[in-house]
Design a binder for this molecule. Structure first.
Ligand code: NCD
Ligand code: ZN
Length: 420
């Protein structure tokens, strides 16, 4: 006899508006329709059931940077925000630019992460790109085209060769496209003009010109309409560029300091006009400590936390009818999974059974609600809808503030060669 489902979500409003029950076994959806029995039943009446998000751009820190964040707190923050898969960026200390560093990063995640994860390889002229691919790197980069926190920029002269090698593997190059002009970085307006919209779009164009072998490109955290219009690869945008502008705070507030910069209100509005061109929303979760962010503006590091508030802010925009729920699901779950080549979360048989359940009421974000070790958020006071229940591989991993053990997956890249 067939085993009973491990979990059944009943009264789920699936896309198209119909109500159905979703049966899950061994981490996958096995049936959508009317289901009569299961080992665990969750009634989803009155809730939005969303395929859980894949955040393709997070910096989970750890090691020497554990005062900012580590895998445990970062992944807890992800789950509590309805994100069950994160893609960790390689600008760790030390950076993931050799197989040994990559392997120990995988071990660190395996040991401590509460959510599923993928890990990217760094790219320097000396990185053995083919070996990193065989070790399981999901994608390459973010490749810094301008310096940011804890990274060296790849010189334009070295870029075509690196892209050619990634292309030969069938890999994906993810690009932090920015340009910087010299000047005093004294506040948010200065930061914005030293790393301007024009500099960003020129960086996009330069990278594309250097991509002579047509390597697949993904542009990370794009902050301006001008740069997005220039981009010929997939486009990722963050909640901080969609919801924050420098007019919303004091010019010297380094908590809003991030690369690319938080722009003017006018730029932010222009960004929204390209909503349909945005392929993916990712958080660029880049926590720094309160003390670091309290340094004088020029000395404070760039980066803001955001993995936990990404979907909740977007859900509030759904309630306000600013965006449509299917777009939210497409840009936070479906498209990121497709970009990485991992199974999508969703409602069809075979889909990854990762879900987050949301009420239809927003709350005001307070830093105390959140789980990142950094203990602050640039979205304090914003309205957001947080999920009381989050499911990973058919197991409830988060409920009303409590976390439960599960079996996170390491999603390797296509080139992974398992050790003998
Ligand atoms: C990131 C960080 O702190 O690691 N900072 C940032 O301002 N975005 C690095 C990055 O993604 O550029
Ligand atoms: Zn970046």
């Amino acid at each position: 006899m067939e085993r009973r489902p491990d979990l059944v979500l009943v009264n789920v409003r699936v896309p198209g508006g119909r109500k159905a029950d979703i049966a899950v076994r061994d981490g996958r959806v096995i049936h959508t329709g009317a289901v009569t029995s299961g080992n665990q039943i969750i009634d989803c009446s009155g809730l939005f059931v969303l395929p859980a998000a894949v955040d393709v751009h997070v910096h989970m820190r750890g090691g020497k940077q554990s005062a900012k964040e580590d895998w445990k707190t970062g992944s807890a923050s992800a789950l509590a925000g309805g994100v069950t898969v994160v893609v960790d960026q390689p600008n760790t200390v030390p950076p993931l630019t050799n197989p040994g560093a990559f392997l120990s990063r995988v071990h660190e995640a395996k040991e401590h992460s509460l959510c599923s994860y993928a890990i990217n390889s760094g790219v320097t002229p000396n990185t053995p790109i083919e070996e990193m691919w065989a070790q399981g790197a999901t994608a390459f980069g973010e490749i810094f085209y301008a310096p940011s926190s804890y990274s060296d920029a790849l010189d334009i002269g070295d870029l075509p060769r690196a892209l050619r090698r990634i292309r030969a593997l069938g890999g994906l190059a993810t690009i932090h496209a920015e340009g910087i002009i010299p000047g005093k970085d004294t506040g948010l307006a200065a930061h914005d003009s030293l790393r301007s919209a024009r500099n960003e779009s020129e960086a996009v164009i330069a990278v594309q010109e250097g991509n002579t072998d047509s390597c697949r490109l993904h542009f990370c955290h794009m902050s301006t309409a001008e740069a997005i219009e220039a981009a010929q690869g997939t486009v990722e945008v963050t909640p901080h560029h969609l919801f924050l502008s420098r007019e919303k705070t004091r010019d010297e507030n380094a908590r809003f300091k991030v690369n690319p910069p938080v722009r003017s209100e006018k730029e932010r509005e222009k960004l929204w006009t390209l909503w349909d061109r945005i392929d993916i929303i990712a958080s660029d979760h880049a926590p720094h400590t309160k003390a670091e962010k309290a340094l004088p503006f020029p000395d404070a590091p760039s980066g803001v936390p955001g993995v936990e508030t990404m979907v909740p802010l977007l859900m509030a925009a759904v309630l306000d009818r600013k965006i449509m729920l299917p777009d939210l699901i497409q840009k936070t779950a479906t498209a990121p999974a497709a970009l990485l080549g991992i199974p999508p979360s969703g409602f069809s048989p075979g889909d990854r059974a990762d879900f987050a359940l949301y009420p239809d009421a927003a709350v005001t974000i307070e830093p105390e609600m959140l789980h990142s070790r950094c203990g602050w958020t640039p979205f304090e006071g914003f309205r957001a809808v947080f999920p009381p229940t989050v499911i990973l591989g058919g197991t409830v991993v988060y409920k009303d503030g409590d976390f439960f053990p599960s079996d996170p997956t390491w999603f390797t890249g296509k080139g992974y060669v398992p050790p003998l």
